[in-house]
Each structure stands twice: as structure tokens, then as C-alpha cells.
Write a protein that binds this ligand. Structure first.
Ligand SMILES: Cc1cc2nc3c(=O)[nH]c(=O)nc-3n(C[C@H](O)[C@H](O)[C@H](O)COP(=O)(O)OP(=O)(O)OC[C@H]3O[C@@H](n4cnc5c(N)ncnc54)[C@H](O)[C@@H]3O)c2cc1C
Length: 369
């Protein structure tokens, strides 16, 4: 039977980052069920490099976002990935929202994001022209990037370290082997194929829970629930006055219908939040009025005839209510040495990917001591 030190399942940005990182010291194979890498959440997001403002201080999200942001900017410089630190304006429309911004400022400071500052009225009208806001916070370290180029650079790193990337190959099952490691069944062109690996990393994103149920010996209690939370975008055709990202105060499940820019300056709004039962990326053009009303609150001059339904992405939520965290679960949690499951890697997973990869490497090293 063919053997490999580490098998990574799933070539989204997280699987790619993990595979690239582990390939520095290990022999790695990265399998992807699709024809291409990054066709799910990793290509259906806002492409924002988040600062790390919103997440509870002791959460993995906060830590991995702040660490990941610094690593990502360095990586973008080193690998010449198109990116821009364009900053973002957080806006308040009333006194209650201003209080919320004040608590976000404190939260950001607790998370180690110490560059946020209040905008004066003049700065606010310069940074966010045409905006209806009584107060604004500015986050200079928020940015945008070309996520496809980022993923390509990770693939390049994996391959230059002699790791292998195998698309059109699905993880079907794993059985722990006496004495350590896993016998893994994969489906590829020629039918099922068995492989022996010492370490198995489940970076399946929206399929991570399903993959986990295919691992013999993993107790169901170690597989958290999965709730699909779809978010769709509307693009805005033609000219607009914005040079920075514009965010309202966040809501329970997302960051509110905000305005993001891509590297070409195209403006888009979203994502909204809807829990759905099946994994489908359908968009709903009839949501235009809800978007229009939400945008009009902070940008009264928005022209609804220029809004066009664009694409949707799905967040792999582990709970329907309240704050949830990333879960990076190794043997300490489930007892199977060499197995790491990644659950609930929703936003800011793109920003945090390089930090998540380091955390996986550290956990594996600690387990195998
Ligand atoms: C609407 C939306 C907006 C977002 N905006 C941002 C943002 O602006 N900034 C930010 O930092 N983050 C953002 N995120 C979060 C970010 O996109 C995700 O956290 C990140 O892309 C997750 O990457 P992943 O590799 O875990 O998952 P995915 O990209 O879903 O990749 C998982 C891969 O695993 C493969 N796979 C699964 N099971 C198997 C199997 N059995 N065999 C083989 N292959 C398998 C899948 O085919 C898939 O390609 C956003 C997310 C959404 C949904």
C-alpha cells in the first residue's frame, strides 16, 4: 500500500495553507474532490483581510485573525500577490450604534488591534463621502487581496517542497491502524484507492462534518452540528464615491450588508445571512429591496437600478445562535493521534488561514513527541 506522512483533505484556502506549511518538514498529499482548488467558500467571499476587531478576546478567531493578518500581508509582499491595505470605515447612524462602535473599539484593543481611531466629521466626510453617519471608526490595517493568486502561491509552495496536489479525488473513509496512522480510502478516476498516512488533516470546510463521520473510531460527540448560512452579494454598476470599505455595525450572524471593493475598484454589497437546509449557491434577485433599504441607511444616494445580484457563499456555522469559534481538534480532544479536524472555519478564515496552518503544525508536533 502506498504511504505518505500527511494527507490533507480539501483544497480550499485552509487546506492549501496547511498543506504548504506542513510540506516544509513533512511529505504531504493534498486531495480535492473538485476539478479545481478553492471552488467553495474560498472563492465565494469578500476577499477582505480582516483586522480582527469583532471576535471575543480569548477566541481562536481573534488570535488567528490578528496573527493571520500579519502573516498574510508579509506573504502577499513576498509572493507578489495583488493586495491593498485600503482601510475600512465603521459607521454609526445613531447614538445607540455609536455606543456599539465604542465597544468595538475596546474589543479591538483587547484583541491586540491598536490602530483603530475615531474619525472627526471632516475626516469622515473625506474618507466616506455621501455617507449618512453621526460617527465613524477607521481601521487602517483592513485590506483586500486577490484570493485566487493567494491560493496559487500556496499551491506553488506545496509543490516546490515536493508535496503533491491531487484534484478529482475524494476522501471516502479512514480506519485507524494499530500502532498509529490511518488506512484511508480515496475515490479517484480508477475507482477506490487505499493509502496509509501517519497524519490526517480534515480541512473539508462545508464537508468537514461529513468527512468526520467517515473516520472510524471518532465518537459522534466530536463532530459538531453544521448549519449552512448563505450570504449573497449585489454588485454595483458604474461610478461610486468610495475608496475604503464601508461597514455598518455588525449583526448577530454576520457583519451587516457592507460595501467592499475589489482590486479593480468595483463596489459590491453583502453578504446577507440566511440559514438554508441544502448546500446550494442559488442567488435571490428579489432580495434587491432588502439590500437597497439596508444600504440606503448609510448611503442615501445609492441608485437601486445599478444593483445587480452577483454570487453567494455559505458559512459553515456550528451553531445557529450566538458567537461561535473556529475548532482545530486534535487527539487531546478526540483521542485519535495524528488526526486534526477543522470545523466552523467561517469568516475570517481567509485572513486567518496562515495562522491556522501554523496552529495545525504545532499541534501535530506536540502530539507526535
Ligand atoms: C459569504 C462569505 C464571505 C466571507 N468573507 C470573508 C472575508 O472577507 N475575509 C475572510 O478572511 N474570510 C471570509 N470568509 C471566510 C472564508 O471564505 C472561509 O473561512 C475560507 O474560505 C474557508 O476555507 P476552507 O478551506 O476551510 O473551506 P473551503 O473553501 O470550502 O474548502 C474546502 C474544500 O474541501 C474540499 N473537500 C471537502 N470534503 C472533501 C472530501 N471528502 N474529499 C476531497 N475534498 C473535499 C471541498 O471540495 C473544498 O474545495 C467568508 C465566507 C463566506 C461564506
Amino acid at each position: 500500500m502506498e504511504q505518505v506522512d500527511t494527507l490533507v483533505v480539501g483544497a480550499g484556502v485552509v487546506g492549501l495553507a496547511v498543506a504548504a506549511r506542513l510540506s516544509q518538514h513533512r511529505e504531504v498529499i493534498l486531495v480535492e474532490q473538485g476539478h479545481q482548488f478553492g471552488e467553495h467558500s474560498s472563492s465565494r467571499n469578500s476577499e477582505v483581510i480582516h483586522a480582527g476587531i469583532y471576535y471575543p478576546s480569548d477566541s481562536l478567531k481573534a488570535q488567528a485573525c490578528v496573527e493571520g493578518k500579519a502573516k498574510l500581508y508579509r506573504h502577499c509582499e513576498e509572493y507578489r500577490i495583488p493586495h491593498a491595505k485600503i482601510g475600512k470605515v465603521l459607521t454609526a447612524q445613531n447614538a445607540q450604534e455609536e455606543e456599539k462602535l465604542a465597544s468595538l473599539l475596546l474589543q479591538a484593543q483587547n484583541n491586540g488591534v491598536d490602530d483603530l481611531y475615531w474619525l472627526s466629521n471632516k475626516e469622515l466626510s473625506l474618507k466616506a463621502p455621501e455617507l449618512n453617519a453621526i460617527a465613524g471608526l477607521y481601521s487602517p490595517s483592513t485590506g483586500i487581496l486577490d484570493s485566487h493568486q493567494f491560493m496559487l502561491s500556496l499551491l506553488g509552495k506545496l509543490e516546490s517542497n515536493h508535496g503533491q496536489y491531487v484534484p478529482c479525488t475524494k476522501f471516502l473513509a479512514a480506519t485507524p491502524k494499530t500502532g498509529g496512522g490511518f488506512i484511508v480510502t480515496l475515490s479517484c478516476d480508477g475507482g477506490p484507492f487505499k493509502l496509509l498516512c501517519h497524519n490526517l488533516i480534515n480541512a473539508g470546510g462545508l464537508f468537514a462534518q461529513q468527512n468526520a463521520t467517515l473516520i472510524e473510531g471518532l465518537a459522534p460527540i466530536n463532530v459538531p452540528p453544521l448549519h449552512y448560512c448563505r450570504g449573497q452579494y449585489f454588485s454595483y454598476q458604474g461610478k461610486h464615491p468610495f475608496k475604503h470599505l464601508i461597514y455598518p455595525v455588525p449583526e448577530e450572524h454576520g457583519l451587516g450588508i457592507h460595501a467592499t471593493l475589489d482590486l479593480a475598484g468595483q463596489l459590491r454589497f453583502g453578504p446577507d445571512t440566511h440559514f438554508i437546509n441544502d448546500l446550494n449557491y442559488d442567488t435571490d434577485a428579489s432580495a434587491i429591496d432588502i439590500f437597497y433599504q439596508a444600504i440606503k441607511r448609510y448611503w442615501p444616494q445609492v441608485d437601486n437600478r445599478r444593483l445587480q445580484v452577483d454570487y453567494a457563499g455559505i458559512r459553515p456555522k456550528t451553531q445557529c445562535q450566538g458567537q461561535q469559534d473556529f475548532q482545530i481538534e486534535g487527539a487531546q480532544r478526540h483521542g485519535l493521534t495524528g488526526l486534526i479536524n477543522l470545523f466552523g472555519i467561517e469568516s475570517p478564515g481567509l485572513t486567518a488561514s496562515l495562522s491556522i496552518a501554523d496552529k495545525v503544525a504545532t499541534q501535530l508536533k506536540a502530539e507526535l513527541k
